[in-house]
Ligand binder design. Structure first.
Ligand SMILES: Cc1cc2nc3c(=O)[nH]c(=O)nc-3n(C[C@H](O)[C@H](O)[C@H](O)COP(=O)(O)O)c2cc1C
Length: 367
């Protein structure tokens, strides 16, 4: 129904308008009593064999909504309704921002990909975290087994650099710790006027040291999200910095500035211009990174695989390569919300075929 009917209609609209329309209609739909009784049972019912305790909390299933889809934490109910096992909200930034001018989101249909230069538009850390904390307090049942990650980034303003940039993250961190089950630090944010990011040993060291100074016992675990564009040597260096700072997990990966091997013609790409590429072209890189990191890291580190997952097979491949959890964004745009349930159903079938009593034992038997 999604690919034959809804997607063609949505794809006639500007991608950002389609996103707002789909999320608003979806939210209204999931609050209708009839939808509630029928579809909730089908899509957001728990899959008990897929439950895992990670980062100190229960995840009802391993499929999460990636950062950027629900920047202001307004769609938790819809995400749970779609069957997600957790969601990462944000990126939030210390100061609210309306982001870059539109258009800033583009479809590459031939590549099953998107390019975005949203520019970290969000309502600001204080307001988003307050919304999430209030929702968690008023509807605890919604978040039972459906953890909240909050992704923090630096305010989208090139004049905030150096120590001010670190203070900016610290402000967001202070709000995020009150509302989240885990916090992801997005290090692909420019930290100099020339656009150099925190994906540099010294810059990352300073950022994580700054955060260490404000961390308190009982704060949520902290993860770091990597770019797919760092080479393996740089990535090893960054991981070793993180490992010195009690980072408990990694999200691999963010969007890419690369444009290699795309089917979309060059002139179309030139017309779109700068932005982060997401979707199917990222998958091979995600898979390599997951396998490499899993081989390097202590087994208790949580690995979240993200980038190019648009089928149950791809999600299962990454889980079998050592990811504990997966996240999707662009796959949802191309495949629709049933992708979440399809991944979970396929996993359960595979586990059943192998007689695996839990996700971890299935991973152990196929890894
Ligand atoms: C429109 C859009 C906005 C995004 N915004 C953010 C963001 O604010 N913070 C972040 O860490 N990642 C952001 N991402 C990256 C996704 O979280 C994800 O890492 C990336 O899209 C790769 O996954 P995918 O191939 O499943 O889309 C965004 C992606 C898209 C498509």
């Amino acid at each position: 129904m999604y690919t034959s009917l809804i997607r063609p209609l949505l794809f006639r609209l500007d991608p950002e308008k389609a996103h707002h329309l789909a999320t608003r209609l979806g939210s209204a739909f999931c609050r209708m009593p009839a939808a509630g009784s029928r579809l909730v049972r089908r899509h957001s019912g728990r899959w008990p064999l897929l439950e895992q305790k990670l980062l100190g909390v229960r995840f009802d299933n391993p499929v999460g909504m990636a950062a950027g889809f629900d920047k202001n934490a307004g769609y938790a109910e819809l995400l749970r309704f779609m069957g997600f096992g957790y969601a990462e909200y944000g990126s939030i930034t210390a100061q609210p921002s309306s982001g870059n001018s539109q258009p800033r989101l583009f479809r590459l249909i031939k590549d099953r990909a998107l390019i975005n230069r949203m520019g970290l538009n969000n309502d600001g850390a204080e307001s988003v975290c307050k919304r999430l904390a209030e929702m968690k307090a008023s509807r605890p049942e919604l978040f039972d087994g459906f953890p909240c990650g909050i992704n923090i980034a630096k305010t989208h303003n090139p004049s905030i650099t150096g120590d001010d940039a670190i203070r900016d993250y610290i402000i967001s961190y202070g709000f995020a710790r009150t509302a989240s089950d885990y916090i992801t630090i997005n290090i692909s944010c420019p930290n100099t006027r020339e656009g150099k990011t925190f994906e540099d040993r010294a810059a990352l060291e300073e950022l994580l040291s700054g955060l260490d100074e404000v961390r308190r016992d009982g704060d949520p675990p902290m993860l770091v999200k990597f770019s797919p564009d760092t080479d393996p040597q740089t990535s090893d260096i960054l991981v070793s910095v993180c490992e010195d700072h009690a980072i408990q997990g990694y999200v691999v990966t963010n969007t890419s500035s690369g444009r290699g091997a795309l089917k979309t013609p060059r002139n179309e790409l030139d017309g779109i211009g700068a932005g982060g590429l997401s979707g199917a072209p990222l998958f091979a890189g995600t898979s390599k990174r997951v396998a490499r990191l899993r081989a390097q890291l202590p087994k208790e580190r949580v690995l979240i695989a993200c980038g190019g997952i648009d089928s149950p097979e791809k999600a299962m491949q990454l889980l079998s390569e050592g990811a504990n959890l997966v996240q999707i964004y662009t796959g949802l745009v191309y495949e629709g919300p049933s992708l979440v349930a399809r991944i979970n159903d396929s996993l359960l079938r595979k586990m059943h075929d192998l007689g695996a009593p839990s996700l971890t034992s299935w991973q152990g038997s196929v890894h």
